[in-house]
Design a protein around this ligand. Structure first.
Ligand SMILES: [Zn+2]
Length: 201
């Protein structure tokens, strides 16, 4: 029996919304009915914003951060210290560290972490590109800012080994961060501590 409230396009919208992280059936229904009632411009602005993210954002050709052009805003900023590369697992970690204002250098986004159980090997990350950046010269310190958990530590170890013969100083964020925690959820003071007290990796 067809239900007039959830038939056709409205049902389709709810189905699409339910696929988003953190959106259950109830939320999907609430959002769908909100959009149904909202002015057309509001719905169009949302649809346009979603497409703009897909069409205009791509990985920075140097650091793999999210970028609107060839380089991300940080790589394109001449005031940043190119001699210090802070290595993070994902763009969300970069945003969290950047919000502390304690990083004067640039970043390198791995696009994941080594996780053998999920079949993610070092070769699936952007480690080769990082090694090439360091070998190109001008880098004095690589700060390993992977998460303080088993996979983040394994990833950091692997990178330290890959950079061992470059002579660059390799540091790791200090354990102001609770073991097993995640950078993207850490508060600003904890992150500042971890950056300030980073140690030889
Ligand atoms: Zn970049």
């Amino acid at each position: 029996m067809s239900d007039a409230r959830t038939s056709g396009p409205l049902h389709r919208l709810m189905d699409e919304l339910k696929r988003l992280p953190g959106i259950g059936a109830r939320s999907a229904e609430r959002i769908a009915f909100h959009l149904l009632k909202a002015p057309r411009e509001e719905a169009a602005a949302l649809a346009e914003a979603i497409l703009a993210v897909k069409d205009r954002i791509r990985p920075c050709s140097r650091c793999y951060n999210l970028a609107e052009g060839e380089l991300c805003a940080i790589c394109a900023d001449g005031r940043r210290d190119g001699g210090q590369i802070v290595v993070v697992e994902q763009p969300k970690d970069l945003l969290a560290l950047e919000a502390t204002g304690a990083i004067g250098g640039v970043y390198h986004v791995l696009m994941g972490r080594v996780a053998p159980l999920e079949g993610i090997q070092p070769g699936d990350l952007t480690i080769d590109a990082l090694v090439r950046r360091v070998k190109a010269g001008g880098v004095r310190e690589v700060v390993l800012a992977t998460n303080p958990n088993v996979e983040g530590d394994a990833t950091a170890l692997h990178i330290a080994a890959a950079l061992a013969d470059t002579g660059v100083q390799i540091t790791r964020l200090a354990r102001g961060l609770a073991p097993g925690s995640q950078i993207e959820y850490a508060n600003r003071a904890m992150l500042e501590e971890a950056i300030r007290h980073r140690r030889q990796a």
